[in-house]
Design a protein around this ligand. Structure first.
Ligand SMILES: [Zn+2]
Length: 200
């Protein structure tokens, strides 16, 4: 039986923050923008507190977003030496050949379920995998995961790193050297001040 309990509110918030990085390789400071989205939910028991539920959803969403903005990173090459920091390298390695790990696990799960169904039928679990189609699927799944892990281990995102030939220092959507970023911020502040003076 379905008992009415109230209403669930979901709020989604998005924000961009500027992350400052001190390059571990060349020692320069740079800044890059990072955009994140987060959700929060609030429950209104018996529809009695709809307003409070929206507020709680909003607050939870803001807290989740703040946590993401503070702890997460993007893999962005250094504008001076072109290399990635250690935590960015880890992130890039994990995302590389991820589909092989996912497909590998799917193959293992599907073949084990097939083996289980065969076992229900004739109680020969091992025989379901020796010299059978499902045995091949199971082996292929394991092989894919092993291959992906080995390639992740040897993959080095910094192997072909080169300092960027040219940099667009006027576009804050890209990684910028700290001094260029500070200059942009100062310029933006100044133009805003001028606009305020002319309109007021
Ligand atoms: Zn660097």
């Amino acid at each position: 039986m379905l008992i009415p309990t109230g209403r669930k509110y979901t709020v989604t918030v998005t924000a961009t923050t500027y992350k400052t990085v001190h390059c571990q390789m060349c020692g320069c400071d740079f800044v890059y923008p990072m955009r994140r989205q987060a959700q929060g939910t609030g429950h209104s028991p018996l529809w009695l507190d709809n307003k409070g539920a929206t507020g709680r959803a909003e607050q939870a969403a803001q807290e989740n977003l703040a946590k993401k903005l503070a702890t997460e990173i993007n893999a962005v090459p250094c504008p001076d030496c072109g290399r990635y920091q250690a935590d960015m390298v880890t992130k890039l390695k994990k995302s590389k050949w991820r589909w092989m790990v996912v497909v590998g696990w799917l193959a293992i799960i599907v073949s084990l379920i097939a083996g289980w169904i065969i076992w229900l039928d004739d109680h020969q679990f091992i025989a379901a995998f020796t010299n059978t189609f499902w045995g091949v699927v199971l082996l292929a799944g394991v092989a894919m995961i092993v291959a992906a892990k080995l390639r992740q281990r040897t993959f080095d995102p910094n192997a072909a790193a080169r300092p960027p030939a040219a940099q667009n220092t006027n576009d804050p959507r890209f990684a910028l050297r700290r001094r260029d970023f500070d200059r942009l911020v100062a310029a933006a502040k100044q133009s805003r001040g001028e606009a305020a003076t002319t309109s007021g």
